[in-house]
Design a protein around this ligand. Structure first.
Ligand code: ZN
Length: 426
């Protein structure tokens, strides 16, 4: 892990939460100064020129020049709000503040899922202007069908926000499976029929706006980095338990993506040699002991039910959870065993990456047997720490809209790079 950078002076005044990573990461090194100034103002929500100068370590003259350019280009504005000189809070010298011009750009963030797709529309300051949802049958779809459904969702969202399509600068889309953000290809996804699909190109063509695609666990991790608990954190991991087990990792304040879009597949790390069969075709994967289909498989045996009579693995899981709550020992033992495997997987993550925080997230978190205190205790017991402060583990039981916000962060990041990054037309 890189050494933790010193926290800059970036606490936002009340009412101006800001969005985006608060710490300067290695990603900022290659960014032009004007982009760093803009991103600092957006992260703090509102900032005086003196704050920008101090936080970025650049001269007051440079800040004046850069901010007047950004104001002229319509990205920043001066506000009537007053910030205080934070070095001398007692005297509180008033200063003219800067804020992002929200309507400079607008983006859409989408989470594609197997039961419903969700979307948010955000302005350039990261404020969510509208939300929309589209129920969808839980079957695998062709890329064409997914494009149609996504287009319908976008139409609903634009109607909700009362905006035309050309008001949108980019669309970020997260889905489960293997995703190559660079090429926009999807080698494999549980939502899609077929392999090696040119998903980004097809969606860009269908939607008529620039599209970015990303693995959904990375999406959720971006949501934590831009809007959540990870904003001021250099190194943290997000582990998701949904239909499968996913993971996202932030190293040095930046999302770690691996080389071939195949990293962070925690669900397919092996926890048992020649173990249970996983849906990936291999044996002994963590997911084969933890995902809903794995628990449903055991539930059928424990509850004496024919899995074919259940509507879905989720329905079987709900029945199992109800049984566990009423004291059925077999049902409880299934959750308990899943919890122990979860602890095993989490302890491996902590042992390898030594993050400051691990966030457990996803729909399954409401099955409290999976994150009982004993699971957290077991995780820490399986991890060496030699008297050091143990890694923090938090549970975030958030809905689908948070994933979509992460997708909006992806689009915001792209639009910011395009407008203000290297090679942008100033
Ligand atoms: Zn597997």
């Amino acid at each position: 892990m890189s050494p933790a950078p010193l926290p800059p002076v970036v606490t936002a005044p009340e009412g101006y939460a800001g969005c985006g990573p608060l710490l300067p990461g290695p990603a900022t090194d290659s960014k032009p100064l004007r982009q760093r100034v803009f991103e600092h103002v957006r992260a703090t929500g509102i900032a005086a020129r003196a704050d920008v100068s101090r936080a970025l370590g650049i001269s007051a003259g440079s800040v004046t020049q850069l901010t007047s350019d950004l104001i002229a280009q319509g990205y920043l504005c001066e506000t009537a709000e007053i910030t205080r000189d934070r070095r001398e809070p007692a005297r509180g010298r008033p200063a003219v503040s800067l804020a992002v011009v929200p309507k400079a750009h607008r983006v859409i963030g989408i989470k594609l899922s197997d039961e419903r797709h969700t979307a948010v529309l955000a302005d350039f300051s990261g404020t969510i202007l509208a939300e929309a949802m589209l129920p969808t049958p839980p079957v695998r779809k062709s890329l064409d069908q997914i494009c149609d459904e996504t287009a319908e969702l976008v139409a609903r969202l634009l109607a909700e926000a009362d905006l035309p399509l050309d008001a949108i600068s980019a669309i970020g889309i997260g889905l489960s499976g293997l995703v190559e953000p660079e090429t926009g290809a999807v080698p494999w996804s549980p939502l899609l029929i077929g392999t090696d699909l040119p998903a980004r190109d097809a969606l860009t063509q269908r939607l008529g706006r620039p599209v970015l695609i990303e693995n959904d666990a990375n999406m959720l991790t971006l949501a934590e980095l831009w809007f959540g608990a990870g904003r001021a954190m250099s190194d943290f991991a997000v582990v998701t338990i949904e239909h499968g087990v996913g993971m996202g990792l932030v190293v040095g304040n930046r999302l770690y993506r691996g080389t071939r879009g195949m990293g962070m597949e925690l669900g397919h790390t092996k926890v048992h040699l020649d173990g249970a069969l996983c849906r990936c075709g291999q044996r002994g994967c963590l997911e084969a002991y933890l995902a809903d289909y794995a628990l449903a498989r055991e539930a059928a045996t424990a509850l004496g039910r024919n899995p074919r009579n259940q509507a879905s693995p989720q329905a079987m899981l709900e029945a199992l959870f109800a049984e566990a709550k009423t004291g059925n020992m077999a049902a409880r033992s299934i959750f308990r065993r899943a919890g122990r495997y979860l602890a095993l997987g989490l302890s491996n993550v902590i042992q390898i990456f030594d993050p400051e925080l691990v966030i457990l997230s996803g729909e399954r978190m409401r099955y409290d047997y999976l994150y009982a205190d004993e699971v957290i205790a077991e995780t820490l017991a399986l991890t060496l720490n030699h008297g050091r402060q143990p890694c923090r583990i938090e549970i975030h039981n958030w809905g689908d809209m948070v994933w979509a916000r992460g997708a909006a962060a992806l689009a915001l990041s792209y639009v910011t790079d395009t407008a203000l990054g290297q090679g942008a037309v100033a």
